[in-house]
Design a protein. Structure first.
Length: 255
């Protein structure tokens, strides 16, 4: 009987064994044996660069697991499968984190402050679908501590369609001040002094004669007046300083 058994070499090279190896390799993805993402836990979080505008980078939460020790964030049907990111708050204390679709078309996101990656996490905000990109999350926060590191937790809604998605972090620069910005308005006293100076030295005399507009700048003592008294001044209400010069205006008004 012993002489009829196949040698070890023959057993290894048997086609049956090759078939079983092939089947096991095909089943690996369905047995949950795929490698987890590098940022499956907070201490291996991927750092996001905070720019002046959103620049999406492609990420994945395929095969991600639930993070132990940190309570569920409380929105977007969290059921594990989360991945982590960090961002440094810029000097203005404002931070926007946005996401976009990939394989994941419905996601959730939470923002935390933390004493350390393995320390105490404090939930700042949890969001479901505030992004303009379908049912994806987006978080906008102001008043954050400049220079501090915040942690971003992302997962797929219900953790039943994990895969690729995109994420970005940015902080828009402040808008240029408008002409009516209170910080840049001159004081009333300064405005009045400038108006008097404008009237006394810069305002041309506008007169209407025979349907034609003529500009005259005639110096008469300390006054500016029209070249001919019989000519009627034009209405200066369209002037950018809103100075009204109507029919009742005389040279004495221009002191």
């Amino acid at each position: 009987m012993k002489g009829n058994l196949p040698s070890p070499k023959d057993r290894i090279q048997s086609p049956v064994h090759y078939r079983w190896i092939t089947v096991m390799l095909l089943l690996l993805p369905f047995l949950g044996l795929r490698a987890q993402p590098a940022n499956d836990d907070p201490c291996n979080a991927i750092a996001l660069t905070v720019g002046a505008s959103c620049t999406f980078s492609s990420r994945t939460n395929a095969a991600a697991t639930a993070t132990p020790g940190i309570p569920a964030p409380g929105c977007a049907n969290y059921n594990g499968g989360d991945v982590w990111f960090t961002a440094v708050v810029p000097a203005n204390g404002q931070l926007i984190i946005d996401s976009n679709t990939g394989v994941v078309t419905d996601g959730g996101m939470a923002l935390y402050s933390a004493t350390a990656c393995g320390g105490t996490f404090t939930l700042i905000e949890c969001d479901d679908d505030d992004s303009a990109n379908g049912q994806m999350p987006s978080i906008t926060r102001t008043g954050l501590a400049p220079g501090s590191t915040v942690y971003i937790r992302f997962w797929e809604y219900g953790s039943d369609n994990n895969g690729t998605f995109s994420i970005c972090a940015y902080s828009p620069p402040p808008a240029a001040p408008g002409m009516w910005d209170r910080r840049y308005r001159p004081r009333w006293g300064w405005q009045l002094r400038q108006q008097r100076k404008f009237r006394r030295h810069l305002l041309p005399c506008c007169c209407r004669t025979s349907g034609h507009h003529h500009l005259h700048r005639v110096r008469h003592g300390s006054h500016l007046r029209c070249g001919l008294h019989s000519q009627r001044p034009l209405d200066r209400s369209s002037d950018h300083r809103n100075l009204l010069w109507n029919d009742t205006t005389t040279s004495s008004d221009l002191q």
